[in-house]
Design a protein around this ligand. Sequence first.
Ligand code: HEM
Length: 241
Amino acid sequence: MAIAVAKPRNVWPSNPLAALWGTMVGKKVVMAVTGIVLVGFVIAHMLGNLKIFLGAQAIDTYAAFLRTMGEPLFPYSVLLWVVRIVLLTCVALHITAAVQLTRMSRAARPHGYDTKESIATTYAARTMRWSAVIVVLFIVYHLLHLTGGVVGWEPGQFRDLSVYHNVVAGFSVWYVSLFYIVAMVSLCLHLDHGVWSLLQTLGWNNARTTSTFRTLSRGVALAVFVGFISVPVAVLAGWVR
Ligand code: HEM
């Protein structure tokens, strides 16, 4: 009688990072770590934008610094490109992990979420996917608008490295400003739940810290929202012109 021998399954691939990536916990850790990098960028970018309130020279000098940082060790713009590549990699990993986690949890729970549980979650948590889609579409538009200067401009209106001029001219168009403000609402909702989730994933959350971390994530989301929208609002109000 032939006995069927089960082939040993390669449960732990030789690369421990690949093994971690194959698990739900691993994907959550990837989301948390890339989330920290992206939140760090968002806060730094928001603070950099506030230089507009110090005048044209302050923000234009800052834009020039972003390109010359690292010189003479790194040639012009090279360090900026390193940062761009790191950010793009984080965005790609963050989205891939999110999509795969959704698939894995759907497969584990084919009947979908319990209705009572969804009522108990916050609005920000329930709209994570929508806010993510809006933020990604916003970033694509934003790069074509204020970095590439290829969308939303009359011929010759966008000036390379003249950030103050570009911001004032760009946000003087009310519907462009409105689009930015709506996108910042989505970013705020995404950060509100995202920062909270990453603190949980990293295991820093417990019964004692729950309310502090709720306040922290809401505080970060609101500070980022107010900091970002202050620029289009100031241009529309004529405070920055
Ligand atoms: C009202 C809100 C915002 C304003 C006024 C703003 C302004 C700007 C400006 C002026 C630049 C060009 C800087 C330069 O050429 O040196 C820029 C670049 C950029 N912004 Fe924003 N930004 C806003 C929101 C955001 C948000 C929410 C994100 C991401 C979530 C973002 C991501 C980027 C990226 C990735 C770049 C390209 C940086 C580079 O590679 O040179 N921005 N932004």
